[in-house]
Design a protein around this ligand. Structure first.
Ligand SMILES: [Zn+2]
Length: 237
């Protein structure tokens, strides 16, 4: 009975260890970091695509103004314009186009700087994500190894438990399982130095007499915690 209780406690501990592996917690935390970086990566990629579109538009705007200015200047240089009023208007348009080109080139430069900044951030995010993926693979590997090791032990202890349980009468086994479920995983305890090892309460003399008088195969339970009490040479009876 006590051997069965010992293997059950061992199985409980193994299950607890399996469910609380630091490697598993780390793998979960890395997965969260990875998802966050993926989101950032998508956001910055969208930002880059928008800026690239803005850049194309700004380039086209500058080119359009430049071409118009060149055309005006060619007309001026070719001496095609003779009327002073028209000449003045053409010169003034060239000045205005130059100013416009300057403004558009500023915008173009600004977009280029923002694009470069976004590209730099994208490169950092990708590098971080790559690092986390590598760490994630390592941690997952360590976690899987640890799980496999624990599972092997669990299997071995379960086989041992089957053998032990096979020697115990079915009704006693059922009582043990029920008590164990109700009493925090401990269904059977030793009486040690006249004390219940389950609730740690010293058994009073009347109960001690009852236990002493009980046949060896009779199931004795603690009056306090209702656990199955096992009598051993250490019981002090
Ligand atoms: Zn007790």
């Amino acid at each position: 009975m006590l051997d069965l209780q010992a293997t059950d406690l061992q199985l409980d501990q193994l299950a607890h260890r399996r469910g609380n592996l630091p490697e598993a917690a780390e793998a979960r935390s890395l997965a969260v970091d990875h998802a966050r970086l993926r989101d950032q990566e998508i956001a910055v990629a969208t930002e880059i695509a928008d800026l690239e579109r803005d850049q194309e538009r700004a380039d086209a705007d500058v080119e359009q103004v430049r071409q118009r200015k060149d055309r005006d200047r060619k007309r001026l240089d070719a001496g095609q314009v003779s009327s002073p009023k028209e000449l003045e208007s053409l010169q003034s348009e060239i000045v205005s186009l130059e100013r416009r080109q300057g403004v558009l080139e500023e915008t173009e430069l600004d977009i280029m700087e923002r694009l470069e900044d976004a590209q730099r951030r994208a490169a950092i995010i990708v590098a971080d994500r790559t690092t986390i993926e590598r760490q994630g693979r390592q941690v997952q590997g360590a976690r899987d190894d640890a799980w496999a090791g624990i599972d092997d032990t669990i299997q071995a202890v379960r086989q041992e438990r089957e053998l032990i349980a096979g020697e115990i009468p079915a009704d006693l086994l059922a009582l043990y399982e029920k008590t164990r479920a109700e009493r925090g995983g401990v269904g059977a305890v030793e009486i040690r130095q006249r004390r219940c090892e389950g609730c740690r309460i010293t058994i009073d003399p009347a109960d001690l007499n009852r236990i002493r008088a009980a046949a060896a195969d009779l199931v004795v339970r603690c009056e306090e915690c209702r656990r199955i009490q096992v009598r051993t040479a250490e019981s002090g009876l």
